[in-house]
Design a protein around this ligand. Structure first.
Ligand SMILES: Cc1ncc(COP(=O)(O)O)c(C=O)c1O
Length: 438
């Protein structure tokens, strides 16, 4: 390593000069000049990524605990994903599924039907480009299947940034402020959050109250719930809650939509987080993020009688289920569906939890370590974003890409690849520890 002090990140195996950071600075300046500032401005300027590591344009190396917000459960550029994409690129890039059927799209739907947590009957899937688009389509399908309009969502929810998905999201700044009017017929209930005193009983009682006070349950098409709230702070639903929610839904003819855009595709140590809850079988599953292995893809999967409610032409889009994304997804689903991969992911969860609990024991400012399997986070007791953002920044200076989350921005979430090597995990956690002490 060169003798010059490195302002951020670690430089591997090469000398650095006084221009350290110059490329990042140049591109960041162009970004400030040309890119809409509403798209947040991080300090990382990427040149390459591989597995759990990102190299920036100045050669600084980072361990990646963000994965492009949970899109790299199989690691950056997994060899099987890259090979599948290259093969597909040599055949055709785009068809539009409305214009011509192509097998990779059909195959992804077949695999999702096999893997779906929505019961044993026939399943069908719609493929789209993003989680938000999948959420919008899940609501369209639920409305069409039930003939009802209302949608119930929860405190702490994040469902995306398009108009309907933004309305369903539960954080005013920066996601909603100034973007109204919002979509109609969206109702919100508290979700369980035991650390802040909201139990399953409280959440069920509040939903029953909502049905008395605000919305007639016979007009509700669906509830939409993340089994582990992602942006909301990695709040995992208590073991009894999804089944109790479903019981209430069934009593009123309401569909249960399971948003697994962030918690799915192995992130919690099972293909879908909802598999870890007893006696619940969602009517619709929403997948996204990691399913494309880095390419844009999301899906809405459901029982045939629900999915068949929408007549031909009612769903779709120009790029949804793009052939490259489908080729990547087929490789990703093969990788994650391997019992050994999932067993390793669960082992990662145990290791991470033990390490985070050890950190919490040393740092009383950490109020709670929580999550499901390897989808883990810790929340600072103080409900201010400052401490979490200082840790994210200190970690970046030391070569670790981290993300905060939570309604108050006071949660640090860990989203490393599920197949991260032990030495890289150690390196990342050592930096995290150092950053907490910084
Ligand atoms: C649970 C959940 N649903 C939906 C979305 C929206 O996905 P996208 O950003 O791909 O539109 C996200 C994104 O973070 C998410 O975490």
């Amino acid at each position: 390593m060169g003798s010059v002090s490195v302002s951020c990140g670690r430089v591997h195996n090469r000398a650095v000069s006084v221009t350290e950071g110059a490329q990042a600075e140049r591109i960041a300046a162009a970004r400030a000049r040309y890119v809409a500032p509403g798209a947040t401005t991080p300090r990382l300027v990427v040149a390459e990524a591989d597995g759990a590591r990102i190299t920036d344009v100045d050669g600084r190396s980072f361990i990646d605990f963000a994965g492009g917000i949970g899109c790299q459960n199989t690691g950056h550029r997994h060899a099987a994903v890259v090979e599948a994409v290259k093969k597909q690129a040599d055949r055709y890039l785009h068809q539009c599924f409305i214009v011509g059927t192509y097998e990779p799209y059909v195959e992804v739907c077949r695999r999702l039907a096999e893997l779906s947590p929505c019961g044993k009957g026939e399943q069908r899937t719609l493929l789209v480009n993003s989680g938000a688009e999948a959420v919008e389509n899940a609501v369209k399908i639920a409305r069409s299947a039930t003939g009802r309009q209302a949608v119930v969502v929860f405190d702490g929810a994040f469902h995306g940034r398009t108009l309907l998905a933004m309305t369903m999201t539960s954080k005013v700044k920066p996601y909603k402020a100034g973007f109204g009017p919002y979509a109609p017929e969206i109702y919100r209930a508290p979700a369980p959050y035991p650390y802040h005193g909201i139990s399953s009983d409280d959440a069920i009682a509040a939903l029953e109250h909502l049905f008395k006070a605000d919305v007639d349950p016979s007009t509700v098409a669906c509830v939409v719930l993340e089994p582990v709230q992602g942006e909301g702070g990695f709040v995992e639903m208590p073991p009894d809650y999804p089944a109790r929610l479903q019981e209430l839904c069934r009593a009123h003819g309401i569909l249960y939509v399971d948003d697994e855009v962030q918690s799915g595709v192995g992130r919690t140590g099972t293909m879908w987080a909802i598999e870890q809850y007893e006696d619940v079988e969602p009517d619709i599953l929403i997948s996204g993020k990691s399913i494309g292995g880095g390419l844009p893809l999301a899906g809405v999967t459901g029982r045939a009688e629900v999915m068949d409610a929408v007549p031909p032409g009612g769903l779709g889009g120009t790029f949804g289920g793009n052939p490259l994304s489908c080729a990547a997804a087929l490789a990703v689903l093969d990788i994650v569906d391997d019992p050994e991969f999932l067993a390793n992911a669960r082992q990662l969860g145990e290791t991470l939890r033990a390490r985070l609990e050890a950190l919490a024991a040393k740092h009383p400012e950490i109020g709670e370590v929580r999550g499901l399997g390897p989808m883990l986070a810790f929340e600072f007791a103080e409900r201010l974003p400052d401490r979490a953002s200082a840790v994210v920044s200190a970690a970046f200076d030391r070569g670790l890409v981290l993300l905060s989350c939570g309604l108050y921005g006071n949660v640090i979430r860990l989203l490393p690849p599920l197949n991260i090597a032990a030495d890289e995990l150690d390196e990342g956690l050592a930096i995290l520890e150092e950053s907490l002490g910084a």
